[in-house]
Ligand binder design. Structure first.
Ligand code: CP
Ligand code: NVA
Length: 321
C-alpha cells in the first residue's frame, strides 16, 4: 500500500483474483480504470521507475501457437513488476500427450500465481479457468484477443486524446481481434464499423452482446460488407491478417474472398485527413494493407505493439497483486 501511494498508482482492486477471458466479463468502469493505470505505468517506465507490485509472483505462459509480442511483453511486464514469467509450449507439457487441461489447471495452481494461455480453442481456456484456482488470462484464442484490444484503445487514447465518440473502422476478417475490439469499443464509447466480406463476418452472438454494452455507453456498432462505407469519416482504420494462425490451408480462398478489402491509398481517402492506422501485427504487407499505409505517416503500429507491455502490466498488477 505504501508503495502504491509512493508512486501514486491505483490498481483496479475489484479485479484481484479475476480471470480475463473476454472483456464481456468486465465492467466499462473497470476497463477505463485499467487504461488509466496503463497510462500511469507507462509514464513511470519512461522515467525508469518500475514499482515491484508483483514481487515473488510467478506467471506461467502456455502457448499452443506462435507469438512475438504476447510472449515477450508478458515476460518483460512480469520482470518490470518484480515478478517472474515462465514460458511453456503446450507440446512440451503433458497436455501435449493427452493430460486433461482441467488436471493441468489444478496442478499449476499449486505452483503459480497466474496463467496466461494462447490456445487454439476458447473452450479449452474456459475449462482451464474453471479448474484453476489462480487467475487465467487469455493471450488469444479462436474467438478473442482481449489483451490486444486494451493496447489498441491505449494507443487511440494517446494519439487522439480521447476515446468517446471516436469513429473506428475495422476492415477485414471478423476474427478474434475484431471480436475483442468491438467489445472494448462498446465499453469505452468508441463507435465502430466492421466491414467484412460475406461469409467472414463477426459472430452474431458476440455482436449481440457487444450491442447491449454499446447501448449503455452511447457507442454505435455497425456492420457492413462495404469497406468504403466503414472507412468514411473514420478517425481510426484497423485491419488484421486475412488468414489467422491455424487457417493456413484456406489462404488461397481467403485471398480471393478479401479482394477489395485491402487498406490502401485509395481506401484511406475516405477517412478523416488525420486518420490513425492500426494493425495488431504480424502483418502481411500488400495483402490486407499496402506498404505505403503501414509504413506511412498515419501508422502507429509499433507504438501499438509497445502498448501491449503497458496495458498488460495494468492487467497483471490488478489481477495478481
Ligand atoms: N499481436 C499479437 O498478439 O502478436 P503475437 O502473435 O506476436 O503475440
Ligand atoms: N487474427 C490473428 C491475430 C494474431 C495476433 C491470428 O489469430 O492469427
Amino acid at each position: 500500500m505504501k508503495l502504491l501511494e509512493y508512486v501514486n498508482l491505483k490498481v483496479v482492486e475489484s479485479l484481484k483474483g479475476k480471470d480475463l477471458l473476454t472483456w464481456l466479463d468486465y465492467s466499462s468502469e473497470e476497463i477505463g480504470q485499467l487504461l488509466d493505470l496503463a497510462v500511469d505505468l507507462k509514464g513511470l517506465a519512461k522515467s525508469n521507475v518500475y514499482p515491484p507490485l508483483l514481487a515473488e509472483k510467478t506467471l506461467g505462459l502456455i502457448f499452443e501457437k506462435h507469438s512475438t509480442r504476447t510472449r515477450i511483453s508478458f515476460e518483460v511486464g512480469m520482470n518490470q513488476l518484480g515478478g517472474k514469467a515462465m514460458y511453456m509450449h503446450a507440446r512440451d507439457l503433458q497436455i501435449g500427450r493427452g493430460e486433461p487441461i482441467s488436471d493441468t489447471g489444478k496442478v499449476l495452481s499449486g505452483y503459480l500465481d497466474g496463467i496466461m494461455i494462447r490456445a487454439n480453442s476458447h473452450k479449452m481456456v474456459e475449462e482451464l479457468a474453471d479448474a484453476a484456482t489462480i487467475p487465467v488470462i487469455n493471450g488469444l484464442t479462436d474467438l478473442f484477443h482481449p489483451c490486444q484490444a486494451l493496447a489498441d484503445l491505449l494507443t487511440i487514447y494517446e494519439v487522439k486524446g480521447h476515446l468517446s465518440g471516436r469513429k473506428l473502422a475495422y476492415v477485414g476478417d471478423g476474427n478474434n481481434v475484431a471480436h475483442s475490439l468491438i467489445i472494448a469499443c462498446a465499453h469505452l464509447g468508441v463507435d465502430i464499423t466492421i466491414a467484412s466480406p460475406k461469409g467472414f463476418e463477426i459472430s452474431n452472438a458476440i455482436l449481440g452482446k457487444a450491442q447491449k454494452i454499446a447501448t449503455l455507453n452511447g457507442s454505435i456498432i455497425l456492420t457492413t460488407n462495404n469497406p468504403i462505407e466503414a472507412v468514411s469519416n473514420a478517425d481510426v482504420i484497423y485491419t488484421d491478417v486475412w488468414t489467422s494462425m491455424g487457417q493456413e490451408e484456406e489462404t488461397a480462398a481467403r485471398l480471393k474472398a478479401f479482394e477489395g478489402y485491402q487498406i490502401n491509398d485509395n481506401l484511406v481517402k475516405h477517412a478523416k485527413p488525420d486518420y490513425l492506422f492500426l494493425h495488431c501485427l504480424p502483418a502481411h504487407r500488400e495483402e490486407e494493407v499496402a506498404t505505403s499505409i503501414i509504413d506511412g505517416p498515419h501508422s502507429a503500429v509499433f507504438q501499438q505493439a509497445e502498448n501491449r507491455l503497458h496495458a498488460q502490466k495494468a492487467i497483471l498488477a490488478s489481477i495478481l497483486s
